[in-house]
Write a protein that binds this ligand. Structure first.
Ligand SMILES: [Zn+2]
Length: 112
């Protein structure tokens, strides 16, 4: 489905709803950013497309993540900036290394 501003997303599609449920189960209902990046336990209520629909992302469970309202809003704001496809890198204060939050969230998934 395409509009003048790019593809639009069908939030009512059965595939999306089924995969969103699976993503919610995988995340145990918690915000994946809060948990992996900040070490906090926060209820995640929102389902985010890791690669946004506007950038060609799909409804695959692998492309979905559960976020709290704050982190979903933050990511969406970054994505509205030119050339930005998600969160910018953050410095890990323990190691001094700059890492990409999205990569760390995905790496944490494969460990569990
Ligand atoms: Zn969060």
């Amino acid at each position: 489905m395409w509009s003048k501003t790019g593809p639009t997303h069908n939030y009512a599609s059965s595939t999306y709803r089924r995969n969103r449920k699976a993503a919610m189960r995988r995340a145990k209902g918690l915000c994946e950013y809060c948990k992996v990046i900040e070490g906090r336990i926060t209820a995640g209520a929102e389902c985010d497309h890791i690669t946004s629909i506007a950038n060609g992302g799909t409804d695959d469970t692998d492309n979905l993540q559960i976020l709290c309202g704050e982190h979903h809003w933050q990511k969406t704001c970054f994505e509205k900036q030119k050339g930005q496809t998600g969160w910018p890198d953050v410095v890990d204060w323990d190691t001094g290394w700059s890492t990409n939050p999205q990569e760390r969230i995905l790496a944490a998934r494969s460990k569990s």
